[in-house]
Each structure stands twice: as C-alpha cells, then as structure tokens.
Ligand binder design. Structure first.
Ligand code: OOG
Ligand code: NI
Length: 471
C-alpha cells in the first residue's frame, strides 16, 4: 500500500495536458497537422543523430519529448487569475516569472504556470503562459467600463470546478475519480465558445481599441489560444510547414541556429479567421468572425544564468537596433544573417558556457567515477572530477518564456495596424496582487536544480561537497 489515497498532481497535470491537446486538435485541426509534422521530424532527428538521442536519454528528456507542450490563455480580472492559480495548483503548477508585454505594445502582463522541480518536470513539463488584460490601458473610459461590466457578468469556471478546487484544498488532494472529474470540468474553461457575449457593434468597438481586448472580453471563457509542441529541429519544421498547407510567421523568434541551443526558439502559424455569432440586444444572432487561435512550435535549449541572459538580451537588442524594422517574409534572410552575426559573440560550446558561467547545468556521476569511489580523495574538486571523467554535465533545459519572443508571437497575430504605444511602467506588484501570490524567480529554480545534482554527485562519489557556479 502506498498510503496516500490521492492521485499525484503530476498525473493530473499529464492527464489534463493530454486532454487539452486532444480537445484543441478537434477544435483546430491544423494544430493536429502540425503535431504530426513535429513528431515525424523528431523521429528523423533521433535516428540521424545518435549523440543527441544519447543526451536526451541521460537527462530523461526523451520520455517527455512527445508529451511536451505549452499553451496560452488570457483572462480579464484578478478574480479569474486567482482562481486559475488555484486550478493550476491542483495540477502541481506554480506561477513562475513575470512578463510585462505592455512595453511591446500588447496590453497584458503575464506569468507561466508550470511544475518547478526537475523530477516533476520529467513526468510532465506542461506549462501555460497566462496573461491578464490591463484594462487600465484602455484610454476610453466608457469602453473601459463596458469591458469591466462584461467581465463582471461572466463566470469562466464551472460550479463543479470551484467545488473540486475547494475539496482539494480541504483534503490535500483528489482521489482518482475526483481527479478525472476535475480534468473534465477544468477543460470547459479552456474550450472555444463560438457565440460571443456581445453585439456586433460592441465587438467592433472593443476590437478597434485592441484586438486582444475583444478576444478577452467578448467571449464566455478564456479559450486556449494555442498549443506548442517541442521540436528537436525548428528550422526543419519551419521550412516543411508550407508543404502541409501551414503558413508560418516570417522569422523564428529567439536566438539563431547554433550548435549548442540556448533558451527558446519559437515560430507559429498565423491565427485562423473563425466564424462566430454576435448576439444583438433583441436576441438576434449575427454571423461574424474572430481571429485568435493559432499553433506554435518551439525548440528548447540551455537555461542561461543571469550573466548569460544579460548577454543574450544585449545581443538581441543590438540586432534589433541595427535592423530597425519588423522582420517580414521579404527581409527575413537579412534579419537572420544579422542575428547570426551578432550572436558570434555568444560562446557556442557547452564547456565554455560552463566555464564562463553563462548557462546552468546538471551533473551526473559516470560509471568510471562510481567505480573509483573507494580510492578517491574526498577533497576532489568538481573540475578535477570532470577532468577524470568521473562526472559529466548536461545543460539544464530552459523551462520558461522570453518576453521579446512572446511579444513577437502576439504581434504576428495582431496585424501591423495594432502596434499600440503604452508608456506605463512595469507593474509586477500589481500583477502579484491580482494573482494573490508572488511569482517564483526562475533563476532560483535553475540554481537549485544544479545544486541538487551536485549534491547527488558528491554523495554518489563519496566526496565532501562540490561547488558549482552560484550566479
Ligand atoms: C501568448 C503569447 C506568448 C509564447 O510562447 O511566448 C507565448 C498569447 O498569445 O496569449 O505563448
Ligand atoms: Ni506560446
């Protein structure tokens, strides 16, 4: 008997992630097509590149590859955000990081809900980029009030979801049956509603203020707006998309193609124009359309230390300062070249990334190291043990998001006419207040994971302590 009557939050998260993917494939068949393409490309990569397959084996990532995905939703009120926090908590997901997108002309700020411990991430790395609309950025007061009223009238969670969240809090977990019901009920919140809560003219007003405002305010729920599988070769998938009738955005967001991938590279297919019904004051329904939902792919690389991240931000900024334009199909090649040129300044070798403390790593004892346990000097250092091949290292996967890339993904779905200018300051505190909790600092999580792997090495190899970089 294992003792606990409860299902592990990891299993609830894995189940929810699978259910959400199945639902989104039904709702947006092009996402299913994208999934097929990614799976096929990953299979090809693994059969062509034995070294890559070996790395993924060592870190345990191989097991999570096909189920790996993130999604995104946007909500309108503090209350909605708080309940989401409780809902994600049932699945072992906590808010990590703060992303202010208003600086990029998108009137939202965001966090990512995800598992935080490497052993939990291995079971299910599912993450949800969650944005809160900043109604205070609507400069037209009557429209702002109208948006507030519409949001106050809706309830985006089923009654049973609220009950199951409360039950989870009171009992400390959910039984298998309750967990299954929870997944089914929670899914409702993320599903698509083709009947809007507004009339055609109200929709138009909200839309003219910002398309995102209409997306958040004019519907019954915060439909999942995309899901993103993880690919081992994003360039290959990007160039194969058109053959499958999928139209990708002009450039891949994030760092350029490298031998040692860092952070996150992302690309998406453009949001689809979908039929919706607006409800007039007299109850009549009028056909219209709404554009919000899309598909995305990502390739994840090494998590960077604050020092590495500062270098990344600096090189990306320098590229954009030089480019002075929005990348489009016609100038994509120039942009990619400029990006690659600038990133010459970022070491492309794991050993150097480690020595210069630019990235986080996980350390593993080798067979040879374990065999030499009895004869070893207990004061051996990490560097000595690496030189002896008693310890090897693998980069830690970046589990988070990038604000500039996220803004690029948002923008590609908004059209060029919607590049608003907001000069409001970043409001992390206001966001945390709305959320009802502090967001976790992702750098601390990477550092802890690295530290745990060093402690495990020290114990397995019989040495006192092993220090890594402590950035
Ligand atoms: C979220 C866009 C950000 C990403 O992968 O950076 C995002 C949204 O469109 O709501 O998902
Ligand atoms: Ni995304």
């Amino acid at each position: 008997m294992s003792g606990s009557p409860f299902v592990s939050p990891n299993d609830i998260r894995a189940k929810f992630s699978r259910a959400l993917s199945a639902m989104y494939q039904k709702e947006v068949p092009l996402y299913g097509e994208l999934l097929d393409l990614v799976a096929e490309t990953n299979r090809q990569m693994l059969s062509e590149d034995a070294a890559l397959a070996h790395c993924l084996q060592i870190t345990g990532e191989i097991g999570r590859l096909t189920m790996e995905r993130h999604g995104a939703i946007r909500v309108g009120t503090a209350q909605e955000l708080q309940t989401l926090r409780q809902l994600f908590n049932v699945m072992g997901m906590s808010p990590v990081g703060y992303y202010d997108l208003s600086t990029a002309g998108v009137p939202v700020h965001s966090t990512a809900f995800r598992a935080v411990h490497e052993s939990d991430l291995e079971v299910s790395p599912f993450r949800v980029f969650t944005s809160l609309l900043r109604l205070e950025l609507i400069e037209n007061p009557p429209l702002r009030q109208q948006a507030e009223k519409l949001l106050a009238q809706r309830s985006i969670f089923t009654t049973r979801t609220h009950e199951l969240i409360a039950l989870h809090e009171a009992e400390g977990g959910l039984t298998t049956e309750q967990a299954n019901e929870f997944v089914e009920q929670a899914l409702e919140t993320f599903s698509w509603h083709s009947v809007a809560t507004v009339s055609a003219s109200e929709y138009q007003q909200l839309h003219d203020q910002h398309r995102l405002i209409a997306d958040v305010v004019a519907f019954k729920g915060p439909h999942i707006n995309h899901l993103t599988p993880r690919t081992l070769d994003i360039d290959r998938v990007q160039s194969a998309m058109p053959e499958r009738g999928i139209c990708p955005k002009a450039v891949i967001e994030g760092p350029p193609l490298r031998k040692c991938p860092i952070l996150l590279r992302q690309t998406s297919f453009k949001a689809l124009e979908e039929k919706v019904l607006f409800v007039e004051l007299d109850g009549r329904q009028i056909a219209g359309h709404h554009t919000a939902r899309f598909g995305e792919i990502e390739q994840r690389g090494a998590a960077l230390t604050p020092k590495g991240r500062a270098l990344y931000d600096q090189l990306l900024q320098a590229t954009n300062d030089r480019f002075q334009a929005t990348p489009t199909e016609s100038n994509a090649a120039q942009y990619n070249q400029l990006l690659a040129d600038h990133f010459q300044g970022f070491p492309d070798d794991y050993q150097v990334l480690r020595e210069q403390q630019l990235a986080w790593f996980r350390y593993f004892p080798t067979e040879r190291g374990l065999a030499a346990k009895e004869s070893r000097d207990q004061h051996s250092t990490l560097e000595q043990l690496i030189a002896l091949d008693h310890i090897r290292f693998q980069p830690l996967v970046y589990e988070d998001f990038l604000p500039v890339s996220a803004a690029g993904i948002f923008q590609s779905n908004l059209g060029d006419s919607q590049r608003a200018q907001y000069d409001s300051a970043s409001s992390r505190m206001a966001f945390e207040q709305a959320l009802g909790a502090k967001v976790i600092d992702e750098q601390q999580l990477y550092q802890q994971t690295q530290q745990r792997s060093l402690a495990a090495c020290a114990q397995a190899l019989g040495v006192h302590t092993l220090g890594g970089n402590s950035q």
